[in-house]
Ligand binder design. Structure first.
Ligand code: SF4
Length: 756
């Protein structure tokens, strides 16, 4: 039987709005219950398909209620907001009705882990349990796939000249190994990629286990939207991204993540990058992350890297152009490279003189006036890009001109060497080069447009800021950077514009085209209401459902709220927090996550607890995240000190994690440009940004952090929040009301007794 035969398509009833009601399976079905809802109810019942087939499956009332609510929305269209506490089993609760609906469904997750869990574990288990046929495609971001077109151009240039540096009269300073490939790196990894590229069926770099994660070569050959020729590409039909899209378009379930979802929506208008096929039903899991991801993708960003990529791809075309175009292109590319270097170095030097010298990452808001000193260099760079566009336009053959391989071709002539190399490698070189020239011209135009937009900094819907990344602590951080070092700093500097309010964008480009939308997460409601998330994501009307956690917090957990710590802003806080953490972790015998809101406090606490505790201490930043989590799981009595990226998406089941300690209420920094702009906008519109934005955002983050502890019915442990503002400030009550329903203690000895 296939899923259409099992769906309620032929006999759907009228819409049911009563998704908050508990439907007793023993009660006869009312007139508003559809065939789909009935099917779902049966599947999740004590004698249903899941209980019969899935090992260890236990029917859960909350899961069944959520599944029926999803069935109702999928049946009739609309939006469902479903907060499903930990242990609900929400993935099955939305997958089953979605699959049975007969509509193609797009599932977007916040993390790659959940994406893979659904594809490799949940869907195969359902296929077996339900005995129905359906197909699914896991889609990763474009940059995970090899671009056949770029790869062939890359190989051709490499084989012809040995390296790109020798082909042109200029080159950028190579400063960041992770961003720009060194020559030795090319020699080591090129044969590995070459052997793999000849046999891969998917083009997914995950198959290339010998290629390190941060190898720069991959940036030059991956299938980015920015460099894609789209349907004009001579490799379009064989392209791995095209084939992935075709597979997805024929699938019943398509699984993506929020990054791909937003990236895809942001390029939908351009016809060059869209890969996700239309799906009438959208499920957004881990929906609390959507606003952040949308903020990243619906903005604008410019860096020296982006200009370097353009220049490098231009250099790569040089051997394929006729002599007079080669010389003009070389000059045009050199002008772009020079002006880019001057512009970004000037900005970097100014940041080094006025910015936060030792910060690992920093973001500072700017205005057009603030950029006045760099206006001339920015204008010169825009002019150089315009010159490059004009040069590229001249290098294209006029419409209807003979094939470029023909001696009569008017614009684009391949050099003998390039023609030989390309035809050997590709078999049809002239079309490739022509399309590559057109694509390069388009990219130069987009860069110029973005540069002007960022220089003007005039759109009131955007916040403009300079971001510097990965700046390490120097030996003498107080000394301003020298002119020589500013070149290196320039490559780590980004000019960005982010939308202050993504609600309209998310509604227009993501939600409005969908028939049915389900947004779900373990943390979506604040103060028992969905108003916050509705406002942030532009949701006007929605059905709402809150399913409490299946876990018995009263028996499984203890909430420890010490009373004696100073306020977080007090100079003594870090030392007092370190002492308290030592006391708690001694009683839990390690086995603890300590989650911080800042690196500064983490480092201060680390120095003390490393001396005081006899347990293995793992610290964020000393190894990749997945490796640290694995080491935590497998190291007895380990303690992990971490900041924001460990507050969510980390699952450690069992005794290895028996204690979660949080140092401060996780308010977003008001010094962050995006947060500050949002606060200003809400206050300017007559709202109360603290109560309506900052507190709800922090409550959701706190719930996520505390949610790391109890991941299974057999888990037990202590949650500790050291921040005294929980009880000293008026807003503390809102946080207290949002904490898990565990017994509360202020006595450290109770923590000791819990672990006896
Ligand atoms: S269609 Fe785009 S991604 Fe695919 S091979 Fe061509 S340029 Fe690369």
């Amino acid at each position: 039987m296939n899923r259409s035969e099992r769906s309620g398509r032929s006999g759907r009833s009228e819409r049911s709005n009563a998704v908050n009601e508990t439907n007793d399976p023993n009660v006869s079905n009312g007139p508003n219950v559809s065939i789909l809802q009935n099917s779902v109810r049966e599947i999740f019942s004590e004698v249903g398909a899941l209980a019969r087939v899935l090992d260890g499956y236990e029917p859960r009332d909350g899961q069944r209620r959520m599944a029926e609510a999803v069935a109702s929305i999928v049946d009739t269209g609309g939006t469902l907001l479903a907060e499903a506490g930990t242990g609900t089993g929400k993935t099955l609760a939305y997958l089953i009705p979605a699959i049975f609906s007969g509509h193609r469904v797009l599932v977007s997750t916040g993390t790659k882990n959940l994406q893979e869990q659904i594809f490799f574990k949940d869907l195969p288990a359902l296929q077996e349990a339900l005995g129905i046929r359906f197909t699914a495609t896991l889609m990763k971001g474009r940059s995970n796939y090899l671009c056949l077109h770029r790869w062939e151009l890359y190989k051709q240039s490499f084989e012809s000249f040995g390296s790109f540096e020798s082909s042109g009269s200029f080159s950028f300073e190579r400063s960041e190994r992770s961003e720009r490939p060194e020559r030795s790196e090319r020699h080591v990894f090129l044969p590995i990629v070459d052997a793999w590229a000849k046999k891969t069926e998917t083009g997914d770099r995950a198959e290339l286990r010998d290629l390190p994660e941060n190898v720069a070569l991959w940036n030059e050959i991956s299938a980015e939207a920015d460099t894609c020729l789209g349907a004009e590409c001579p490799r379009y039909n064989e392209c791995f991204v095209t084939r992935m899209r075709q597979r997805a378009a024929e699938s019943d379930v398509v699984i993506v993540n929020h990054h791909l979802l937003c990236a895809d929506a942001s390029v939908r208008q351009s016809a060059y990058g869209e890969v996700i096929p239309f799906c009438p039903t959208l499920v957004i899991d881990e929906a609390h992350q959507l606003e952040d991801v949308a903020t990243q993708y619906f903005g604008c960003s410019l860096s020296a890297y982006r200009v370097e990529d353009l220049v490098r791809d231009g250099e790569r075309l040089l051997p394929a152009l006729a002599l007079q175009h080669t010389e003009e292109m070389t000059r045009a590319l050199a002008r772009v490279a020079d002006h880019s270097r001057m512009f970004f170095s000037g900005l970097a030097l100014a940041r080094a003189l006025h910015g936060s010298g030792a910060a690992q990452e920093s973001r500072a808001r700017y205005t057009a006036e603030g950029l006045a000193d760099h206006f001339e260099e920015g204008t010169a760079l825009a002019g150089a890009l315009e010159g490059l566009e004009a040069t590229l336009a001249l290098a294209q053959p006029p419409a209807g001109a003979p094939d470029a391989d023909s001696p009569a071709a008017g614009g684009l002539h391949l050099s003998t060497l390039a023609r030989g190399a390309l035809s050997e490698v590709e078999g049809h070189a002239s079309g490739d080069i022509n399309e590559a020239v057109v694509a390069l011209q388009r990219r130069a135009g987009e860069l110029r447009h973005d540069l002007r937009f960022l220089m003007r900094a005039a759109d009131p819907d955007f916040v403009y800021y300079i971001e510097t990344r990965g700046r390490g602590r120097s030996a003498n951080a107080d000394r301003p950077a020298s002119a020589g070092s500013s070149g290196r700093e320039a490559t780590r500097l980004f000019l960005r514009a982010s939308p202050i309010d993504v609600s309209r964008i998310v509604r227009d480009v993501l939600f409005e085209r969908m028939r049915a939308i389900v947004l779900t997460s373990a943390t979506l409601a604040v103060d028992g209401s969905f108003e916050y998330v509705k406002g942030r994501l532009g949701i006007r009307q929605a059905e709402e459902l809150c399913v409490k956690s299946e876990f018995d917090y009263a028996a499984q957990a203890l909430l420890y709220l010490p009373r004696h710590l100073p306020p977080p802003k007090a100079p003594a806080f870090a030392e007092a927090a370190a002492r308290e953490i030592t006391e708690i972790v001694t009683r839990s015998r390690g086995r603890a996550f300590v989650l911080f809101t800042s690196y500064a406090v983490l480092r201060a606490v680390q120095r003390i607890v490393e001396m005081a505790l006899p347990y293995p201490i793992l610290v964020q930043g000393t190894a990749p995240r997945t490796e640290l989590i694995e080491r935590f799981r497998t190291t007895p009595n380990a303690v992990l000190l971490a900041t924001s990226s460990f507050w969510q998406g980390v699952d450690v089941v069992g005794e290895a994690l028996s204690c979660v300690i949080i140092d401060k209420l996780p308010f977003a920094s008001p010094g962050d440009p995006v947060t500050a702009a949002r606060i200003d906008a809400i206050n300017a519109a007559g709202g109360d940004a603290f109560a309506d934005y900052q507190v709800p955002l922090a409550i959701l983050a706190l719930q996520q952090g505390l949610g790391r502890l109890i991941r299974h019915r057999t888990d037990r442990g202590v949650l500790a929040v050291l921040d005294p503002r929980l009880r000293t400030m008026g807003y503390g009550r809102r946080f207290l009301a949002s904490l898990p329903p565990a017994p509360v203690t202020h006595d450290i000895e109770a923590v000791g007794r819990f672990f006896v």
